[in-house]
Design a protein. Structure first.
Length: 84
């Protein structure tokens, strides 16, 4: 049985992987759409880290597009480029 500390680490790693696949994953492989997290504007570590390290003009673009329920593939591609 894992210790509570180990279980928390596993949970964090799982969440980071889930967040990453939610943006960059191939829906044919993961079985999940890769626009949902972007359209929902989920407050993920990935998004927070991107926002923190981005230039001001990129931050404005991220905040304007992230969470748009009508986000199209072209805008999603732009977000993914900023998140790399």
């Amino acid at each position: 049985m894992p210790t509570p500390t180990t279980a928390r680490r596993w949970a964090r790693h799982y969440q980071l992987l889930d967040d990453f696949l939610g943006v960059f994953g191939d829906p044919a492989v993961t079985g999940n759409p890769n626009l949902d997290d972007l359209r929902e504007g989920k407050p993920t570590v990935l998004f927070a880290a991107t926002l923190e390290r981005s230039a001001e003009h990129d931050q404005r673009r991220l905040l304007a597009v992230y969470g748009n329920s009508r986000l199209d593939e072209e805008s999603a591609k732009e977000l993914r480029c900023l998140m790399r």
